[in-house]
Design a protein. Structure first.
Length: 133
């Protein structure tokens, strides 16, 4: 009787595991190696900034642990562009964590564009290394 209940619950447990796997994809990056995860993160950030018309100054590895990849980003953009970039990074899977944000408008006078800001932010995403089969 008990074994039949357990066997009968297998389809439900499979569906539940699949839903959990899908939810995990929203918050965790899966990659074959830590280097591949970092490359994916850096490429995504650079593309997101460039897609909104921002100028990437630097995107550097800031990884310091085994469970996540981190990057330090420096860019020049307007407030509207920054808002769009942060929204995309935080809301498109896998969701990235914005750990810190620095904004400076010191160069606005020099550049002649008062809306332009120098922006720096630290981002991270947890990583699970996938097994190659």
């Amino acid at each position: 009787q008990q074994h039949q209940r357990i066997i009968g619950s297998i389809p439900r447990l499979r569906r539940q595991a699949e839903r959990q796997r899908e939810q995990l994809r929203n918050v965790v990056m899966t990659a074959p190696t830590k280097a591949a995860a970092l490359t994916s993160l850096l490429d995504r950030v650079q593309k997101t900034i460039e897609d909104v018309g921002g100028e990437v100054r630097a995107v550097d590895d800031a990884t310091d642990d085994e469970a996540a990849v981190r990057a330090r980003v420096s860019a020049r953009m307007t407030l509207g562009q920054l808002t769009t970039v942060l929204t995309r990074l935080e809301n498109e899977p896998p969701h990235l964590a914005i750990e810190s944000l620095d904004i400076s408008a010191d160069q606005a006078v020099i550049s002649g564009r008062p809306d332009l800001m120098e922006v720096g932010f630290d981002i991270s995403v947890p990583v699970i290394l996938s097994q190659s089969r």
